[in-house]
Design a protein around this ligand. Structure first.
Ligand SMILES: Nc1nc2c(c(=O)[nH]1)N[C@H]1C(S)=C(S)[C@@H](COP(=O)(O)O)O[C@H]1N2
Ligand SMILES: [Mo]
Length: 312
């Protein structure tokens, strides 16, 4: 029986201020039997694993060597499918995506529900090889496939009062039982200032390594904001809302003194309990220096006049 070999440590529930992404102990054993039952009851259409051919390679791509596919897809953070790095790949293995729509609402002239085909064809797909730096101190280089989020924003025409964009992940507790012990509330939420969302580096991402996104990397569509810590790059986006006020986001609400709204990669601003000036590039020995804005200085003008230590 799946899970029987994993043993069952006590679930460690900590106060919100003590949570980190990496220190909530998983507990999944007692849920595995129920999981099989409802998977059988809910046959849904899937779209993962399809070949994707980007029209071009973006000039924003790094020349750095991409992290091997097995690491990019094997070591992930996706708390809906468990908190261990190898858990999402294992637990999402037989997950069937529901027929996908993305609802766009709030302060826009054209509120709409994008069906999957329309969303995917909104702009030409490009390959973008980006660094991704997790706040936990590891990084990867990934050949993502997608188009600038800007294309979607232009299609819905934000009203002049819109200043932020809020994102919400797909969530179904029954179908994501490992999420119940993750220690954070779901659905997962993230947000950007509108000008950050419009920045040419901000990618609406449909694939990696020439194929549609594996479930554990955020199928079928996710955000990639390469100059920010990885938790801003929300997976499996189902809802996008344009707002006047700054939206509440999952990690900055769970532990505000540890995770800010901006979460720009910054080697000079340490996390309260660990340093941020170095990182471990997965698949490589040793440590690398972490770069301001994760090595994307094009993002710097967005924060002109701001104190990056205060607005972290
Ligand atoms: N919905 C959702 N999105 C998420 C997460 C998550 O737990 N749930 N984890 C975030 C974190 S902490 C990181 S580092 C990146 C990791 O992306 P990757 O697993 O594809 O490398 O996804 C982010 N997006
Ligand atoms: Mo992360």
């Amino acid at each position: 029986m799946a899970g029987s070999a994993r043993g069952g440590g006590a679930v460690l529930i900590r106060r919100a201020a003590k949570w980190r992404e990496c220190d909530v102990t998983p507990k999944q054993v007692y849920l595995s039997r129920r999981r099989l039952l409802w998977l059988a009851a809910l046959p849904l259409e899937g779209v993962a694993g399809e070949k994707l051919t980007p029209a071009r390679r973006s000039p924003f791509s790094t020349e750095e060597r991409p992290t091997p596919y097995t690491i990019v897809t094997g070591h992930t953070n996706f708390y809906e499918f468990g908190v261990g790095k190898e858990e999402p790949a294992r637990n999402a293995g037989d997950f069937q995506l529901p027929p996908w729509t993305v609802t766009v609402e709030g302060a826009v002239a054209r509120r709409r529900v994008f069906d999957w085909d329309t969303l995917k064809k909104l702009a030409p797909l490009e390959e973008r090889i980006y660094r991704l730096r997790c706040v936990e101190g590891w990084s990867v280089v990934v050949p993502w496939i997608g188009y600038p989020l800007r294309a979607l924003i232009e299609a819905v025409q934000p009203l002049s009062k819109a200043r932020y964009v809020a994102f919400e992940s797909y969530y179904d507790a029954r179908r994501m039982p490992h999420s119940r012990t993750a220690g954070i509330p779901f659905p997962y939420r993230e947000g950007l200032r509108l000008d950050e969302a419009l920045h040419p580096l901000t990618l609406l991402c449909f694939g990696l390594y020439g194929e549609s996104l594996p479930i554990q990397n955020g199928a079928p569509v996710r955000l990639i904001v390469p100059w920010k810590y990885g938790f801003k790059s929300i997976k499996s986006v189902a809802r996008i809302r344009f707002t006047e006020g700054r939206p509440r986001t999952t990690w900055s609400s769970a532990s505000p003194e540890e995770y800010g709204f901006y979460a720009n990669v910054n080697p000079a601003v340490d996390h309260p309990r660990w340093r941020q000036n170095q990182e471990r590039r997965l698949g490589e020995p040793g440590l690398r220096q972490t770069l301001l804005f994760n090595g994307y200085p094009q993002a710097a003008p967005l924060y002109a006049g701001m104190d990056l230590r205060k607005d972290y």
